[in-house]
Design a protein around this ligand. Structure first.
Ligand code: NAD
Length: 490
């Protein structure tokens, strides 16, 4: 058959195994969510590719784990430099692959990806281990920490490079070698990062990236007997499958999962700042952040005023072409996801709720090129009972619900009344109340009078169905190492 001479308008990605790009026979289409067109072909890897990547990682482990944290840190810092040097290309690619605005990729995703490497390059230098008193039964007892081996790292599509590097950086800084599997829907920036590894000085086999679906590539990684540790970020349903799959191997698991995060707003809050931040916390990145606010409880005395001002502010949160810097939101990740998010709004409507703005109320005036994209405007719902699926399930889109409350205890009970426990936000000027709520709320992270302020030294993770384990400075160090107690008789 004659080959077509038409120029190819999409990227074809390859796996990165043992320091080399390796092509794969089968591919999956990955779309530009802002146009609905195929953006790239992602390798549809399976057991064979994962086996090769694990073998490469195993081979690289003895040398890499024997290097000092300083030596590894220098390489991580060089990689951060290279990400920064390629910043603009990575920003454009992340936006095109995920649908997020270029502005968001420029201010959040890519700078943070570089910083993840810098942070862990430094962080691993500053931990100490334990030592008991010299005369404990005539022995000196102390602990050391050793890398675990080949780490399996699986990440989602909402913050593609950001979340993948949040795993790769601590894993390799502590001396492990890795096989990473990004989401099949957003693989491009991980592939671009692979092109920088050699120049950064990362030895072949230390970082391997296998692309493909969760069902094939992800499952092969989780089920691989030579991968003793899995760090997973994604949905609770997938985490349950991963837990079952890895149980026979007694793997070390870190699971960072979904949320249904409440904001609790008291009458004494700085309303202007609260509304500005709560619009951001509800709708940033199209609401596709695990930490986004999706249930807003407002003290009844300010409920009407809040709702009116909040809806007005939500209407100003502009949705449209990701490249337009005047837009706050771009497109949702996929057609299927858009349909799922819309179905929650339809459900709310069928249950008698009021849709104040957004889906079905406001019209999006999109440029011609974006008419087939997966866009949805910020949507505010009220008049919905806590028992509704809309209030119980993670929607993961630009949808938030507003409800009144009467007492502090009621707000806490309702805030905690879901199976998730990732983050919560409290708005009040009363210091005592802020502390009380922070103690009582079942959430791994509680922000008061702010949102998404992150110190990477602190533990990150969720309670209940939002996760198992924590990652962050010391917590990542602990997760990616095994501790050993050593006793020396003298
Ligand atoms: P997902 O669970 O569908 O997929 C996540 C990753 O797991 C992807 O790489 C996917 O290919 C892979 N995967 C799927 N099935 C698998 C299997 N059986 N075995 C191994 N791997 C498998 O999640 P998603 O839709 O990509 O991401 C959205 C979810 O992620 C939301 O629930 C969101 O709240 C959550 N999330 C959590 C955090 C956090 O830090 N807590 C951060 C971002 C996103």
């Amino acid at each position: 058959m004659p080959k077509s001479s038409a120029p190819r308008s999409y990227l074809v990605l390859e796996n990165y195994i043992g320091g080399k790009f390796v092509s794969c026979g089968n591919h999956i289409d990955s779309y530009d969510p802002s146009t609905g067109e195929v953006y790239c072909k992602v390798p549809d890897s399976g057991k064979e590719e994962v086996d090769a990547a694990v073998a490469a990682a195993k081979e690289a482990f003895p040398d890499w784990s024997a290097r000092s944290p300083q030596q590894r840190g220098e390489i991580l810092n060089k990689l951060a430099d290279l990400i920064e040097a390629n910043m603009e290309d990575l920003i454009q690619a992340e936006s095109k692959d995920q649908g997020k605005t270029v502005t968001f990729a420029r201010t959040v995703d890519i700078p943070r990806s570089a910083y993840n490497f810098r942070f862990f390059a430094s962080s691993v230098l500053h931990h100490t281990t334990d030592c008991s008193q010299m005369d404990h039964m005539g022995c000196l007892n102390y602990t050391v920490r050793c890398p675990v081996g080949v780490a399996g790292l699986i990440s989602p599509w909402n913050l593609p490079l950001y979340l993948l590097t949040w795993k790769i950086a601590p894993a390799i800084a502590t001396g492990n070698t890795v096989v990473a599997k990004p989401s099949e829907m957003t693989s491009v920036t991980a592939w671009m990062m692979c092109k920088l590894l050699e120049e950064a000085g990362v030895p072949p086999g230390v970082v391997n990236v296998v692309f493909g679906t969760g069902q094939r590539a992800g499952d092969a990684l989780v089920g691989h007997p030579d991968v003793p540790l899995i760090s997973f970020t994604g949905s609770t349903a997938t985490a349950q499958r991963i837990t079952e799959r890895s149980a026979p191997y007694c793997k070390k698991l870190s699971l960072e999962l979904g949320g249904k995060n409440p904001a609790i707003i008291f009458a004494d809050a700085d309303l202007e700042q609260c509304i500005e931040t709560t619009v951001r916390s509800s709708f940033s990145n199209q609401g596709e952040i695990c930490l986004c606010t999706s249930r807003i409880y407002v003290e009844r005395s300010i409920y009407s005023e809040f709702l009116e001002k909040f809806v007005a502010a939500a209407r100003k949160w502009k949705t449209g072409a990701p490249s337009d810097p005047s837009n706050n939101n771009g497109a949702l990740i996929s057609k299927e996801h858009l349909q799922k998010v819309r179905s929650f709004v339809a459900l709310a409507k069928s249950e008698g709720a009021i849709i104040h703005c957004g889906e079905g109320v406001d019209h999006l005036d999109l440029p011609e090129a974006n008419k087939s994209g997966y866009f949805m405007p910020p949507t505010v719902i009220s008049g919905i009972p806590d028992s509704s699926r809309v209030m119980q399930e993670e929607i993961f889109g630009p949808v938030t619900c507003v409800c009144p409350f009467d007492t502090e205890d009621e707000a806490v009970t309702r805030g905690n009344g879901v199976r998730y426990g990732l983050s919560a936000t409290v708005w009040s000027r009363d210091v005592g109340r802020v502390h009380r709520l922070a103690q009582k709320l079942q959430a791994g992270l509680v922000w008061t009078n702010c949102w998404l302020v992150r110190d990477l030294n602190l533990p990150f993770g969720g309670m209940k169905h939002s996760g198992v384990g924590r990652e962050g400075g010391k917590d990542s160090y602990h997760f990616f190492t095994e501790v050993k107690s050593i006793t020396i008789k003298h």
